[in-house]
Every structure is written in C-alpha cells, then in structure tokens.
Design a protein around this ligand. Structure first.
Ligand code: SF4
Length: 351
C-alpha cells in the first residue's frame, strides 16, 4: 500500500491537488492555440479520456485572445503554459486560466514575476513553479551531472522564497529532466524539502513506443515512494495516449480505480497449442464495448493458466482441441477450442 507524502492542498479551479486528494491526471493540447475549434475538440477528447486538467501553450498575443474563447467553450479547467512573457501570463489569468505553468528562470525581471504573482493572487488561481533542466542549461553547463540535482534544488528554493515572500503559496512544484535517474533524484530531493504538491513528468520522453518505459520507470519509482500529486506523461503523439498511459501507470500501482476492463494475456511459451494472440486480439475488440471494470484473462494452457487467472473475473485457457472457461478461478464450462470465443462472449454478457 502506498503512503502518499503529506503535502499542502492546492486549489486549481474545482480540482484539488495534494496528498488528501487522488492523483490528478493532466495532459497538454498539441495544436496551435489559435485553432480554436481544433483545441476545443482535443480538450474535450482529453476530458473524455480521463484528464482532469489540460494545459495549453500561450506564446503570442493572438494565442491569449484565442485562449479566452477556448476557456468559455470547455468545461474542464485549463492551465496556461507560459514561457518568457509576463504579459502572456497576466492575459491568461485574466482570460480564465485556473493555473499557470511558469519557469521563473526564464522571466528576467523580478518585478515581472511579482506582477504575475499579484495577478494570480487577485484571481485566486494556482501557479506551477517549474524547473526544467533544459531551461537552466546555462547554469548547469559547467556542472557535473552528479551535482546538478543540488543546483536544481537551490534554484527551486530561491523561487519558492520569492513566492512566499510575496505572500503567495498556492503553488505546485515541478522539477524536470529527460534523464530518468535525475528526475527521480531531484524529485525526491524537492519532496523531502518542501511541503507543496509535486507535478511529475519526464520531459521530452520521445515517441510513444520509446517514452512509455522511461516514463513508467521514473514516475512509477516516485509514486511508489508516495511522491507525486499530479502527473503528465509526455509523448510525441496523440495527447489522449498520454492520458491512457497515465491511467495505466496509476492503475498498476493501485493509485487509480479504472472503470475500464483489463485484459491479461499470458506471454505464451512452447506449451501453447492454439492461436492465443489472435484470440486475445478478438477479446480486446470485444472489451471496447464494455464500460465497467472487468478483469479478463486469456491464458495459453492448462498448466499455469487457471492458477494465473484466478484473480480474473473471467478467464479462458485452451489445449489443442478443448477450451475452458473460469469465473473467479472456478471452472464453469468446457467447450471445443473452436467454439471458445463464442462461449466466452456469451458468458461475458451474463456477467
Ligand atoms: S499459461 Fe501456459 S502457455 Fe502461457 S506462458 Fe504460462 S505455461 Fe506458457
């Protein structure tokens, strides 16, 4: 059982972030913000997939204008992603962002940071104070990798002091790197030192097939230690995939109760005497229609199949000629292997 690190609670519109509340899944719009219709469609798709917060980039004045229109067309709270420009931050807050993501390191003038803080305070919104290894590259360039975590921690401490001195503490922290080990190390260091909720992510993780493993290792390690209050999986691709992967990571360690069915398939070995992969693909298609939590197992043989599938709501295994169906580990039917799919489909309807 995971014991979450105790943090303050941060209000992000109607969403609460912190250890008293379930992990919040977020993602980011991948279209130009000026494509209002496209952004609204993507935001709604992310919300339907399970995202509770969606971030959107505001690089120009035109994007601020578009953002103000998008906010009015969607139900999910939006986070404005700001780099370099205090004016964009203020425009986004005034347009209805419930949180802004800010790397204070790339806003040169301290007074500009104060302007943003004061505006956020007046509108009662949150700020994610972020450090990204890439955005403080100049600072890190002569630093050995082993010492970078300390430097990032020092930077973060400076930013937090700045916000607290100005009387603002509705903040979420993030410290990001594309390096798995440094992501783990620096987030542990920040978690041990500051009481604010942490946004977890592995930056620039890659195409989906390359990003899933490092993101799962980095975030899984931290989450298992109770660190992390909101997550975003960064992949180069459809953002809905980011939400699905985030849900899978959280579900796998018991931090998210999936309302979707789960398919368990054995990896097969020399004992498997039937087309298990083809069968599993057909079952996966069938499960797309199921809108409730259900654990289905497809196992290759009777040697280990029934035992390994004992936790499933429904399971099948087969030999060359016969197929067997189990409910909660108990055998309920023996059918011809060729009829196994139809029989499984019927049993699933009865569940
Ligand atoms: S269930 Fe049977 S076929 Fe599948 S991996 Fe285990 S022993 Fe091999």
């Amino acid at each position: 059982m995971i014991k979450r690190r105790k943090t303050r609670t941060i209000c992000v519109g109607k969403v609460k972030i912190g250890s008293k509340y379930p992990l919040v899944i977020q993602s980011m719009v991948k279209l130009a913000t000026t494509d209002i219709a496209g952004c609204v469609k993507q935001i709604n798709a992310l919300s339907a997939a399970g995202a509770q917060l969606v971030r959107i980039a505001i690089p120009t004045r035109q994007d601020s204008i578009a953002f103000a229109k998008i906010v009015k067309k969607v139900k999910i709270p939006l986070i404005a992603d700001i780099h370099f420009s205090p004016d964009r931050a203020i425009e986004a807050v005034e347009a209805g962002a419930v949180k802004i993501r800010l790397n204070p390191g790339n806003i040169k003038d301290k007074n500009d940071i104060y302007r943003i803080i004061d505006c956020a305070k007046a509108h009662k919104i949150a700020i994610r104070v972020g450090i990204n290894e890439a955005s403080i590259r100049n600072l890190l360039k002569d630093t050995q990798p082993a010492k970078r975590t300390n430097l990032m921690l020092k930077e973060m401490a400076g930013y937090i002091r700045l916000f607290e001195k100005r009387g603002f503490n509705n903040i979420v922290l993030s410290v990001k790197s594309s390096d798995v080990a440094r992501t783990i190390e620096s987030n542990i260091a920040v978690a041990e030192r500051f009481p604010y909720p942490l946004h977890l992510g592995l930056t620039h993780a890659g195409l989906a097939e390359d990003a899933i493993v490092p993101a799962s290792v980095a975030l899984g390690t931290l989450l298992w230690r109770g660190i992390g209050d909101t997550i975003r999986i960064s992949i180069a691709g459809d953002p809905v995939q980011e939400v699905k992967i985030a849900k899978k990571i959280l579900t796998s360690i018991g931090l998210y109760k999936s309302r979707e069915p789960e398919l368990i398939v054995c990896p097969t070995c020399g004992r498997c005497q039937w087309d298990l992969i083809g069968f599993a693909q057909k079952v996966k298609k069938l499960l797309k229609e199921v809108k409730k939590p259900l654990r289905v197992a497809v196992m290759g043989c009777v040697v280990n199949g029934p035992g390994e599938a004992a936790d499933a709501d429904i399971a099948v295994c087969a030999a060359a000629d016969k197929g067997f169906i189990y409910k909660k580990g108990k055998k309920i039917a023996t059918v011809r292997q060729a009829s196994l799919f139809v029989a499984l489909e019927k049993e699933m309807k009865n569940l």
